[in-house]
Design a protein around this ligand. Structure first.
Ligand SMILES: Cc1cc2nc3c(=O)[nH]c(=O)nc-3n(C[C@H](O)[C@H](O)[C@H](O)COP(=O)(O)O)c2cc1C
Length: 177
């Protein structure tokens, strides 16, 4: 089964996850990059005005993939805006897709992510997986702000039920549910 992973990262966590998943399932990997260097100020403006920032062209034949994984952080309950731009620009090719995020985690967030994806693509993803750092770090670590995941953290995340099911699917070719 030909699969690709398309990711966006600001501070590296979701890149680490994407590269790890590539090793596990053997997919093609593509990174969403922006023409302008991003800082916290631009994140704030994107969040405030719900913008779709410009991204660099990515020439991928999405129709050639049976399954497309989108991986990106969450910013104030929203899928990181450069990923939203990618989704909006390519929605007609996202027939069989899933969304994974390595984020800090907030209650009721998964439903909000599902709503955004459904609005952007016009149909639901196969799977949404939230890997939440709040589940594996101490309140003290959390209070220090942006947390940088380690390979040990990633190992813990990989025990998460939904993620395990996803990996098993690629090992056993079972249908994702
Ligand atoms: C401005 C900002 C807002 C954020 N808002 C959320 C949020 O609403 N929900 C959440 O789970 N994580 C939130 N996060 C945490 C990021 O999703 C998390 O740190 C993620 O792992 C960063 O991914 P990256 O290193 O790939 O950029 C926020 C981070 C930033 C910088």
């Amino acid at each position: 089964m030909k699969t690709c992973i398309i990711y966006f990262t600001f501070s590296g966590n979701n890149e680490m996850l994407a590269k790890d998943l590539v090793e596990d399932i053997g997919a093609d990997l593509f990174q969403i990059l922006e023409p302008k260097k991003r800082g916290m100020f631009r994140i704030m403006l994107d969040m405030l005005f719900n913008r779709f920032p410009k991204i660099n062209d990515l020439t991928i034949d999405l129709e050639g993939y049976a399954h497309i994984f989108l991986i990106a952080p969450i910013w104030n309950y929203q899928i990181a805006h450069p990923m939203k731009t990618f989704i909006r620009n390519n929605k007609q090719h996202l027939k069989n897709y899933s969304f994974i995020t390595l984020c800090s985690g907030r209650d009721t967030q998964k439903e909000k992510i599902a709503d955004q994806l459904e609005k952007l693509v016009n149909h639901k993803p196969k799977v949404i997986i939230e890997l939440e750092t709040r589940m594996i770090i101490t309140p003290e670590q959390e209070s220090k702000g942006a947390y940088k995941v380690t390979s040990e953290d990633l190992r813990k995340f990989k025990q998460e039920e939904g993620y395990q099911m996803l990996l098993n699917h690629y090992l056993t070719e079972e249908e994702l549910s």
